[in-house]
Design a protein around this ligand. Structure first.
Ligand code: XMP
Ligand code: MG
Length: 179
């Protein structure tokens, strides 16, 4: 693993592909045990989660379905501020066990908005599987049920995560170099 430069920033190696694979396996094992009889629907939040989701779901061996969504935010004309919409969900999810698959939970704002949308659709329960969690930045009360790794409040790229669109394809995770 070498330092990489993406546009104007340099990143240094942080989490190896082996470490990633090991923690993804452990997450999948827990999910296999916990949700064996729930026929969960995994909702993969694009774009960042594509690589994690592929690895995780290869290790998930229980009966399940998989779907992909995107979140679009826009500023409404009312005083409600930013409105978030879920795009791409075609399945009927009422009464189902949903597992949200996220690459990273930072402040938790995004996750909270998604939770609100899912609860409105009268799901049975929502579990959250996020590969990374930044506990120092996290401001919400929701439980992130399955976490691959906790990291400090630093900016990371690779393994699906991008800096300005770049770096998603790297199989390791890199952190912004400290000057
Ligand atoms: P919140 O704060 O809503 O943020 O939990 C979640 C979204 O912010 C992006 N994010 C990152 N992207 N490296 C990235 O490439 C990071 O360190 C990072 N932290 C947050 C990401 O899109 C995530 O879904
Ligand atoms: Mg994301």
């Amino acid at each position: 693993m070498q330092r990489v430069t993406l546009k104007d920033k340099t990143f240094v190696p942080y989490i190896t592909a082996d470490k990633i694979a090991e923690s993804v396996r452990l997450m999948a094992q827990k999910i296999n045990t916990d949700l064996a009889s729930d026929m969960p629907l995994f909702l993969v939040v694009l774009n960042g989660s594509f690589m994690f989701a592929a690895d995780l779901l290869k290790e998930v061996t229980i009966p399940c379905e998989i779907s992909f969504i995107k979140l679009a935010s826009y500023h409404g004309t009312s005083s409600t501020g930013t409105v978030t919409e879920m795009i791409g969900l075609t399945e009927e999810i009422k009464g189902r066990t949903i597992v949200v698959v996220e690459d990273i939970v930072d402040t938790g704002v995004t996750l909270e908005k998604l939770m609100t949308l899912l609860i409105k659709k009268e799901v049975k329960q929502v579990k959250v599987a996020s590969f990374l969690l930044k506990p120092e930045a996290y401001t919400k009360a929701m439980v992130v049920d399955y976490v691959g790794m906790e990291i400090p409040n630093e900016f990371v790229v690779g393994y699906g995560l991008d800096y300005d669109g770049l770096g998603r394809n790297m199989k390791e995770i890199y952190v912004l170099e400290k000057k």
